[in-house]
Design a protein around this ligand. Structure first.
Ligand code: SF4
Ligand code: SF4
Length: 244
């Protein structure tokens, strides 16, 4: 028998605190325009090589972009996210979203997973136990029940694919060209929002900028150098390395 998972949001607001909210390119532009801070998270892999999860091959290829790195090529995935180390700037005093009708796609989709390879695990979500014991059916097996929600998930995946070239060009224009290796960590940047908004308003062409991979593990770095890739383990100055 196929299991059905119910869900009814309690409006607790926990998912609106302490989470960086991934944004589409258009949403990042609005976030910047409205005075918000965006954090840029970058990871990279080699096609059919280091960092590429084989079982997610098509998914990660679609949402990444090829860049020059040393004498080789890496593929980078870039996330522009609303920087929410504490409460989201749009969460009001009653723990309600003050931009509810215009809230980002990801906020509309939570707690559903966007990555098709990640099963929804209620215990990994912020929602209280009672949220999973009320409301309509959310999932029947692995299938979303609500066609509207499924359309939002598809729209988010499509934006990921369509935005990646522009996101990489914006990173290159702003000098955010050091990535971590997928599975080993992320690099994180907090760009000047005036410069970020300017680059988004007029996305530059891909200028073939050289990228670097921040890898602290010597064996891993040697393997990447064997692929002709340029690595660094210098303490970062303009970014943070969030290692796993
Ligand atoms: S934009 Fe609204 S729904 Fe999204 S995290 Fe902020 S307060 Fe929550
Ligand atoms: S954490 Fe879950 S239950 Fe609470 S507001 Fe967010 S989606 Fe709703």
């Amino acid at each position: 028998m196929t299991a059905t998972l119910r869900f009814g949001c309690t409006g607790c607001g926990k998912c609106c605190s302490g989470h960086h909210v991934p944004l589409t390119l258009a949403e990042a532009g609005r976030w910047a325009h409205d005075g918000g801070q965006v954090v840029v998270l970058i990871e990279a892999f080699v096609t059919d090589g280091p960092g590429m999860p084989v079982e997610q091959r098509e998914h990660v290829l679609r949402r990444s972009y090829p860049v020059a790195c040393g004498n080789g090529q890496a593929r980078v995935s870039v996330t522009f996210a609303a920087f929410n180390p504490g409460r989201c700037r749009n969460l009001d005093d009653n723990d309600r979203c003050s931009i509810y009708e215009q809230r980002p796609l990801v906020c509309r989709i939570y707690p559903v997973e966007i990555n098709p390879h990640l099963p929804l695990r209620p215990e990994a979500k912020d929602c209280p136990p009672e949220a999973w014991q009320q409301g309509p059916a959310l999932l029947h097996g692995t299938q979303l029940v609500d066609a509207g929600l499924e359309a939002l998930v598809q729209a988010s995946r499509q934006a990921d694919r369509e935005d990646i070239a522009a996101k990489v060009a914006v990173c290159q224009a702003l000098g955010m060209t050091t990535s971590a290796l997928k599975g080993n960590g992320f690099t994180a940047y907090l760009p000047d929002m005036g410069a970020f908004a300017g680059a988004l308003a007029q996305v530059p062409d891909d200028d073939g900028t050289q990228w670097t991979l921040h890898v602290e593990d010597e064996t891993l770095a040697a393997g990447l150098q064997g692929h002709g890739l340029h690595t660094t383990n210098e303490p970062p100055v303009y970014y943070a390395f969030i290692g796993f």
